[in-house]
Design a protein around this ligand. Structure first.
Ligand SMILES: [Zn+2]
Length: 134
């Protein structure tokens, strides 16, 4: 997939903190319950921390108690990209920013959370920047 925003590894390293780089560009996962947006209830838009694309809206955020910010849908389907992730032995679906290809988290289905989509987009806080409503 060709991304709108493409940068060399060196450029990403310069722009992102080591912690951001490890998650966004190396598909790392921040520890649960430490991310700055896990329990945030501010309204508005979460942007990709690497390229500023708008990814999620606070009205689809729900309390999953899983330790990471959880949404039941992206802002729009074309904002994210899905990639099959077999790295842990079981099949998971990785979620990336469709604009720059940075890793955001994973999406899980059918967990019974009672949200409109029955999906849980489990997203690292560090992958996003929240822009509160003015
Ligand atoms: Zn991005």
């Amino acid at each position: 997939m060709a991304y709108e925003v493409t940068k060399s590894d060196e450029e990403w390293r310069k722009e992102l903190t080591p912690e951001e780089y490890a998650v966004l560009r190396q598909a790392g996962t921040e520890r649960p319950f430490v991310g700055e947006y896990t329990d945030t209830e501010t309204t508005d838009v979460y942007r990709c921390r690497a390229c500023q694309a708008e990814l999620f809206k606070s009205d689809t955020k729900f309390e999953s108690h899983c330790g990471w910010p959880s949404f039941y849908a992206p802002l729009a389907e074309e904002r994210v990209e899905y990639i099959e992730d077999l790295s842990t032995g079981s099949k998971r679906v990785e979620v990336r920013c469709a604009n720059c290809g940075s890793h955001l988290g994973h999406v899980f289905e059918g967990e019974g959370y009672g949200t409109p989509t029955d999906q849980r987009f489990c997203i690292n806080s560090i992958s996003m920047t929240l822009e509160p409503a003015e």
